[in-house]
Design a binder for this molecule. Structure first.
Ligand code: ADE
Length: 224
């Protein structure tokens, strides 16, 4: 998979891809991540990328020309499955959306800034709008990292234990059951007997029951 991330602050996104599992995915060539500095497509000697909104409201708007030039240049080089705009008014990211994106070859992530992008960029290029939650960040960069992380970890070969992505919370609309490791007792706190029983069927039934119980308690909406 290849992800091209367009931003005015690419330096904000460097470390997530240089650490731990995402780094390994990049090093193994399972994910290629490229940053494109929008400023390079800015207009005039000041490389302008934003301007005041028509209609006189507050804040600045990312201009259409630099964005169109940057996206068009990428599109001329390869076919993209999706051009994704990170924005608080997008569709809220879910595991299902991450699963779908993880099956794609080429993705563009566009990070918004200021008041957002000129509406015509949405009409011209954007195929999906994604929010990472009902709150407003200073820009789309951290959201782009969250989206990239949720997608890249699903790529075959990225996680050591292939099973572990499939048993994540949300994969079947259930939260994960409680987990324990050694010691089996600490300060009187015991690991449930069933997990020590060695009876695989009983253990799996128990884990499933716990998942349902926890989901009912914490996120009943997932079961609706
Ligand atoms: N940009 C600013 N806030 C955002 C959010 N919640 N999700 C995605 N992009 C954003």
């Amino acid at each position: 998979m290849r992800i091209d991330i367009i931003s005015v602050l690419p330096e904000l996104m460097e470390s997530p891809f240089k650490t731990s599992i995402l780094k390994r995915a990049v090093d193994k060539g399972l994910a290629e991540v490229y940053f494109h500095h929008l400023r390079e497509f800015g207009l005039g000697k000041h490389r302008q990328i934003d301007d005041a909104p028509y209609g006189g409201s507050a804040g600045m708007v990312m201009m259409i020309e630099p964005l169109d030039q940057c996206i068009s240049q990428l599109k001329a080089q390869r076919d993209y499955d999706e051009v994704i705009y990170l924005t608080p008014d997008g569709e809220t990211l879910t595991q299902k959306i991450a699963n779908t994106f993880s099956t794609k070859q080429n993705l563009i992530f566009l990070c918004g800034h200021y008041k957002g992008i000129d509406q015509r960029v949405r009409e011209l290029h954007i195929t999906k709008e994604i929010s990472i939650g009902d709150y407003v960040l200073t820009g789309g960069e951290l959201a782009a990292c969250v989206l990239a992380d949720s997608v890249i970890r699903l790529l075959p070969g990225v996680l050591n234990d292939e099973q572990s992505a499939l048993t994540d919370s949300f994969q079947d609309n259930l939260l994960s059951p409680p987990i324990y490791t050694r010691p089996s007792e600490y300060k009187g706190l015991k690991v449930p007997d069933v997990l020590l029983s060695g009876n695989l069927k009983k253990i799996q039934d128990w884990l499933h029951e716990e998942s349902v119980k926890i989901t009912l308690e914490k996120r009943p909406d997932l079961l609706e």
